[in-house]
Design a protein around this ligand. Structure first.
Ligand SMILES: Nc1nc2c(c(=O)[nH]1)N[C@H]1C(S)=C(S)[C@@H](COP(=O)(O)OP(=O)(O)OC[C@H]3O[C@@H](n4cnc5c(=O)[nH]c(N)nc54)[C@H](O)[C@@H]3O)O[C@H]1N2
Ligand SMILES: Nc1nc2c(c(=O)[nH]1)N[C@H]1C(S)=C(S)[C@@H](COP(=O)(O)OP(=O)(O)OC[C@H]3O[C@@H](n4cnc5c(=O)[nH]c(N)nc54)[C@H](O)[C@@H]3O)O[C@H]1N2
Ligand SMILES: [Mo]
Length: 762
């Protein structure tokens, strides 16, 4: 049962001092420096800020807790971080503290009435805390008592599948490996993770057609490409260091095509803050050479249009523009694919994509003539019902030009959380490969559970149905990041015990199971000492490089423990005879175990210091480990929009001042929106049709099958967005995302295609 009066949603804002300013024409520049410096100094103090930021992404430093974009292998600058990386560091290395006294002062109910922004701004949690059944306040608990409580609940489960273990992608390889091992020794594959809501569609989509669920490019490839397609991605905000790679490419003559319903500033022009001219904003580099303002979820139609135009262009050019030799040697399904593209009508393509045939042909001129093409994408492609089709269309495009297994070309799903890719590599998945389970069984001498576990959406359903009694979360914010906030709130409340290993306070600590425990852990920026010996961890970036990460700061409190220590201590309580867990507090031991279990980690402890690439047969050898041993062309129908006249398709996106559910500030500088988050971006014509003026208020209702969900009071902002498309920020809009509206095949919530209607309010 949900605790009475505990709010699952952030309160509605007061809409004071809302300012809509001109959208800046350039990303980066001095404003970016100013913004990062302000955040860092405010949270950390000047000296500590400088000392800390100089260690971000350095070989002897720590991996930025921001995004998963890789670091340059050779020349790293002294300041290898971006504005939003600095904010992520400041958020963690803040000097503010959430003490046991704080919890004595604030009831759960009172905390829940504060905003998500406020919760995060209270500082680092510094002591293990326990919320008893029916209690209003968290109370201090010792580490040992916390483990006793968790262990006793686990022992009392009727079967291991009544527990679920969630991972957010900031967790290191070492901690993630231990978490999945713990779950599997217990006897369950219930390992939902943030990736289920993120790039799961990319992993599944790619695996089916090219045999590996990861990208096939290196950072160096960006300097060799002559065409880069950036689709469904806002790197200016979410992967700012990618702009450096795009800038270098553009300066070298590479053409960049951007496909997005919004003209995002970061995709357009970039001034590198570390270049003299860039800092002054005078030497901004134009990035996008062609912008295709696609309708939300119009990408399959658009790709089919490009492919259709490509076949036509090839014919006019003596069959010289399609990589027939490559297709013959390495692929399967080309003829059927070709006839499907032939039979697609331009009317459908233009109608569903929202792009004219001329514009599509313009893009095709660039794409078909490219010798080396990279396609990059993120959540704009993965969070739709037809997400796997989106990703496989990207692959079709790459296969047509033979853009695999060669320098300067390939697929580049740009990962979100800084170690989300590594977590998956070391076994965080509800659907593990039999070979992996076999290896685990051999190395640790137990029998792994074989049946598939719950992913994120399934776990929410299972909790709702009271099939899960204990929910354990290694980082993240399961309440606010997941779809259908109110349904998920009930789901979490139906658990007997919810446990969160966390650095900062969030709403998932307030909407809890009957009992709740918070285990506060060290962050990336902090020194991790075990038995007086300094340890380090490792992570894998978006391009498959595994490398070391070691914090430098004195921990925020002496009561904090590492994620690894937390897992080994819990394992010691639960399974003392299975392994000599104490030996794992030398993290080399864990890496040795990973090396024995997972291919590609040879000499892990030796090579981790410099960093090493995991094997990637597609990139390295043009070897496609699919069912047929070839890359597959695939056929996908154009999804037909069935919006009624008064309906809109809504995407839920990130502002420039947030990291997922962590709200750094209330503004979205690159979109000109200041001091407000509860906004809905709308096309001018749609506003006129509904007689809505700038800053008018609306309630939003989402429609799915026969269900309706309502979110109250959003401010309308006129924006350059295609008609019948609207945008809101997550997590505020997650109440509108239906749990069962998800991607076919990958189960990823379709949080970028929500059908909504608007109702004007005064
Ligand atoms: N500062 C910061 N950095 C982050 C994060 C953060 O919150 N803050 N989050 C991290 C995580 S976990 C992730 S996964 C990534 C997310 O990185 P992104 O995927 O860039 O993040 P979103 O804001 O979800 O933006 C999606 C983009 O896709 C576009 N889009 C939406 N729907 C469609 C569509 O149907 N078609 C096309 N072509 N485009 C569409 C939107 O207009 C927007 O520009 O960033 C990571 N890095
Ligand atoms: N509507 C909508 N929903 C979305 C998305 C969307 O685009 N639209 N995007 C989805 C995506 S791509 C993702 S990845 C998910 C994100 O889902 P999550 O990963 O679950 O959410 P985060 O907001 O990144 O988690 C933030 C919390 O992590 C904890 N934390 C931070 N650092 C550490 C650490 O080092 N260790 C530990 N143990 N804890 C730490 C802090 O307590 C913080 O409050 O959200 C998804 N939800
Ligand atoms: Mo993500």
């Amino acid at each position: 049962m949900k605790r009475k009066n505990v709010e699952a949603e952030t309160p509605i804002e007061d809409f004071k001092d809302v300012k809509i300013k001109k959208i800046p024409s350039v990303a980066g520049g001095s404003k970016a420096v100013l913004s990062s410096t302000q955040h860092a100094w405010k949270e950390m103090g000047a000296g500590r800020a400088i000392k800390t930021l100089m260690k971000v992404n350095q070989k002897n430093g720590f991996d930025c807790p921001g995004c998963a974009w890789p670091d340059p292998e050779d020349k790293r600058s002294a300041a290898e971080f971006c504005e939003n990386g600095a904010k992520a560091v400041a958020e963690e290395a803040t000097l503010k503290r959430v003490t046991p006294k704080f919890f004595q002062k604030w009831t759960i109910e009172k905390m829940s009435q504060q905003s998500d922004y406020w919760l995060g701004k209270q500082g680092r949690i510094i002591h293990p805390m326990y919320l008893a059944a029916g209690a209003d306040y968290y109370e201090q608990i010792s580490w040992n008592d916390a483990f006793e409580k968790i262990a006793s609940k686990l022992h009392n489960l009727e079967n291991a599948n009544e527990a679920a273990f969630y991972t957010s992608g900031r967790t290191s390889n070492e901690a993630a490996f231990l978490l999945q091992l713990f779950a599997r020794i217990l006897g369950t594959n219930n390992l939902p993770d943030c990736s289920n809501m993120c790039h799961e569609s990319s992993g599944m989509g790619l695996k089916q057609v090219i045999g590996i669920g990861k990208g096939t490019v290196t950072l160096e490839d960006f300097s060799h490409a002559d065409c880069i397609v950036v689709v469904g991605q806002n790197p200016g905000t979410n992967h700012p260091r990618m702009l450096t790679a795009l800038q270098k490419a553009a300066r070298g003559g590479c053409q960049i095509i951007t496909i997005n319903p919004l003209s995002e500033v970061g995709n357009n022009r970039f001034a590198h803050p570390q270049e003299v001219g860039g800092l002054a904003g005078v030497s901004a580099t134009p990035l996008t050479s062609l912008f295709l303002q696609v309708k939300i979820n119009g990408d399959v139609a658009l790709f089919k249009g490009i492919l259709k135009a490509w076949f036509a262009l090839d014919k006019q050019n003596n069959n010289e523009l399609i990589a027939y030799d490559f297709i013959e040697k390495y692929t399967k399904g080309f003829d059927e694919f070709r006839s499907d593209i032939d039979s697609e009508s331009w009317d459908t393509i233009v109608k569903e994509s929202g792009i004219s045939q001329e514009k599509i042909e313009q893009a095709t001129e660039i794409i078909a003539r490219a010798k080396k093409m990279i396609c990059c994408w993120a959540m704009g492609l993965t969070q739709h019902k037809n997400a796997i089709a989106n990703i496989q269309q990207v692959v079709n495009l790459l296969l047509m030009g033979g853009h695999f297994g060669r320098e300067g070309a390939g697929a580049c799903p740009v990962r979100g959380h800084s170690n989300v890719q590594g977590d998956r590599t070391v076994g965080i998945t509800s659907n593990p490969a039999p070979k992996f389970l076999d290896n685990l069984t051999k190395v640790f001498n137990f029998s792994s559970p074989q049946e598939k576990g719950y992913d994120t959406v399934d776990a929410i359903e299972a909790m709702h149905a009271k099939k899960i009694k204990l929910f354990f979360s290694m980082g993240g914010n399961f309440l606010s990041a997941t779809p259908d906030t109110n349904y998920t709130a009930t789901a979490l409340s139906n658990c007997e015990l919810t446990v969160h290993v966390s650095t900062k306070l969030n709403r998932a600590h307030l909407v809890t199971g009957k009992e709740s425990i918070i285990l506060p852990c060290l962050g990336r920026t902090e020194q991790d000492k075990q038995n007086d010996k300094l340890q380090f961890c490792s992570v894998e970036n978006s391009m498959g490089i595994v490398h070391k990460t070691q914090g430098l700061l004195t921990p925020a409190s002496k009561f904090l423990r590492s994620e690894v220590w937390i897992m080994t201590s819990l394992a010691q309580k639960m399974f003392p005879d299975k392994f000599d867990w104490a030996t794992m507090n030398n993290y080399n031991t864990i890496r040795d175990c990973i090396e024995k279990t997972i291919p590609g980690f040879d000499e892990y402890n030796k090579r981790v210091h410099q960093g090493f690439y995991l094997p990637n047969p597609v990139r390295d050898k043009c070897n496609f480990a699919t069912t047929s041993g070839k890359a597959h062309f695939t056929i996908h129908p154009v999804p037909k929009s069935s919006l009624q006249q008064d309906q809109f398709l809504m995407m839920t996106i990130r502002s420039h001042d947030q990291y997922n559910t962590t709200i750094y500030g209330l503004s979205d500088r690159y979109r000109g929106i200041h001091n407000v988050r509860r906004v809905i971006l709308m096309n001018k014509k749609d506003m006129q049709k509904m007689d809505l003026s700038q800053k008018a208020f609306v309630n939003i209702t989402s429609h799915f099958e026969n269900e309706k969900r309502v979110a109250l009071k959003f401010m309308v902002i006129e924006y350059n967005i295609p008609e019948q498309c609207v945008a809101t920020y997550f997590p505020e809009a997650n109440v509108l995302v239906p749990l069962h509206h998800k991607a076919d095949g990958s189960n990823t919530p379709a949080s970028k295609s929500i059908v909504v209607t608007l109702e004007r309010i005064e």
